[in-house]
Design a protein around this ligand. Sequence first.
Ligand code: F6P
Length: 381
Amino acid sequence: MIKKVGILANGGDVSGFNAVIRAIVKTAENNGVECYGIIDGYNGLLKKQFEKLSTAEGGEAIGILPKGGSIIGSSTNANIFNYKVVKEDGSVQYQDLSEQAIANIKEFGFDCIFTLGGDGTQKSARDFSTKGVNVIGVPKTIDNDVACTEITFGYNTAVSVAMEALDRLHTTGATHHRIMVLEVMGRYAGWIALEAAIAGGADVALIPEIPYDIHKVASKIENRKKRGKHFSVVVVAEGAKPKDGEMVVANVRNNGEGVDNTKLGGIGQVVARQLEQLTGLEARNTTLGYMQRGGTPTAFDRVLSTKYGTKAMELALQGKFGTLAVIKNGKLDAVSLEEVVGNNTKIGAVSGNTQESNLRKVTMEDDLVKTARNVGINLGD
Ligand code: F6P
């Protein structure tokens, strides 16, 4: 019988964090289980910052379903087995602080920890579970790239924000006869770009999984021009790269040490400049950035997050630890965290969203790719 559980949010925030937290708390309360928020991810676990969450009068988990962000914070320091510690003199060291975290879990009496996060968080959750901690993961990320699930919470909201941006870029682009480029997030996966391009009626979508030829993109725009369409809308994933070229890195954090240290960004501007030169049309780039992560979740994300939260608590009640709540063939299910990390098995090694991670990327067989091509979206190949 479990009596006390902790919720830990990790990685970049998404819309839907709070909806998951609320669903876990409500399901826990209905089953006589006490819930605590672990403040600021692993930071709170190390500092023993735990906050009671409840939906009783005056409780912290009331009214949070539509709220963006995370009421318990989140940390991008996602790997406790290789944790970034800033020393007093400002120097940075990476240490394995898992034993300290496990001691705190035991001392406070948590029977289970829910890890809300992307592949990096689920990797360290799996590492925790090999050390005997009861963990259950919930797949979060706007990038939609967590292995073994068909969709992560936060993704749909990001796509909706990108779609709205495309609608707006359409009208200004059409007015001024310009090429409007929209750079969206997604790290090494093109899900946001591809789905937003379909939803927003874009003419081109460039994604990391299909290295592009800029001349093919320019031809698409030229053909539109010949048909009297003097504007075009181009979606570029931040991880898109040209054939025989590299991704554009905005900066490398922490001197390249630790995990999650490569910040992508800048490809939108590069593509806009090249298309301007090749087509003679004016081009403008908009980088959508953190708009994709903030604010209220869509109805879809509220429902998905609620499903995930209740499923995670159900798994805990059934003692099915070391698993990730997933959507498989459209239905709630669970898979082992071992399956989720795939070949990235070494404890404490690479964690965080890196190119070595076991990521779910767009494949050429995906319906979205076929659909995009069928409606004439140029994928740069
Ligand atoms: O993984 C989620 C994500 O929003 C990516 O799409 C983006 O590349 C990255 O996080 C940005 O990270 P940060 O919050 O560290 O700038």
